[in-house]
Design a protein around this ligand. Structure first.
Ligand code: 5RP
Length: 262
């Protein structure tokens, strides 16, 4: 497999590889969802198989649960774990305060519950997700299917009173049908383009009946690990205010990528 990773996959992979260095023996770890988080699950699997790391993972989607099992990471439910040492997950956007937009992969509800139930949340990302102001990526909001069109209309009305640039709301689709989350809900994507007060947007959206949760993660993320296509990684810790730079050397082992070639 050597040399087969694209620069973007290399960036995601090195971010994931650096982030799993935060995982210690015996930890309970929240396992995020998405292509970057999948690299992290593979990296953890490798540590479990080859270095005997003992951890339990709490997956944030059925996709992640399946991958974890496949690569040898033992999983339990959040109710069994109750509280986690660490969650590692991807993001669609992060700002300088490490506030996030998440839910591009449709798993924001479990992701937010799991991250909030963790001592620490680490976001892994390539550099394209770093923004000065959140909002270019459409904000996902999970809504119950009952009356979703009414919820959408209320949402558009609410957005008109907020300091956001756009107010178009679209139903996420999966082919010809509405996308259905692991909880049986739908996702409305809010095309805001920019928002000056994400905290207010998050609070106001959750007041609308029918809204289950929004994809704004405010004051939840502690550390962001940014990977680059040349193997460099930056680690920014919002609590200590530190920024470290590192380089990840790696060999694309068959073991690590075995699930990709199936
Ligand atoms: C899933 C998410 C993902 O973390 C987010 O969409 C980033 O995904 P990717 O790593 O594939 O770019 O929030 O609900």
């Amino acid at each position: 497999m050597a040399g087969e990773l694209s620069p973007i996959d290399t960036a995601k992979f090195v971010a994931a590889k650096r982030a799993v260095e935060f995982v210690e023996d015996g930890m309970k770890v929240g396992l995020g969802t998405g292509s970057t988080a999948a690299w992290m699950v593979r990296c953890l699997g490798e540590l479990v198989r080859e270095e005997g790391l003992r951890i339990t993972g709490v997956p944030t989607s059925t996709r992640t649960a399946e991958l974890a099992t496949k690569v040898g990471v033992q999983t339990i439910t959040l109710d069994e774990a109750k509280w986690l040492d660490l969650t590692i997950d991807g993001a669609d956007e992060f700002d300088p305060d490490l506030n996030l937009i998440k839910g591009g992969g449709g798993a924001l509800l479990q992701e937010k519950i799991v991250a909030t139930a963790s001592d620490r949340m680490i976001v892994i990302s390539d550099a394209t997700k770093k923004v000065d102001q959140l909002g270019a990526f459409p904000l996902p909001v999970e809504v119950i299917p009952f009356g979703w069109q009414t919820t959408k209309a209320l949402m558009e009305e609410t957005l008109a009173g907020l300091d956001v640039m756009g107010d178009r709301v679209t139903l996420r689709m999966n082919g010809d049908a509405a996308y259905v989350t692991d909880e049986g809900n739908h996702i409305l994507d809010l095309h805001l383009h920019r928002m000056t007060n994400p905290r207010q947007v998050a609070l106001v959206l959750n007041q609308i009946p029918g809204v289950v949760e929004n994809g704004l993660f405010i004051d939840i993320c502690d550390v962001v690990v940014i990977g680059h296509g040349d193997g460099r990684v930056e680690v920014n810790d919002i609590n200590s205010g530190t920024r470290e730079e590192d380089r990840i050397e790696f060999v694309e082992s068959e073991n690590m990528f075995s699930d990709l070639s199936e």
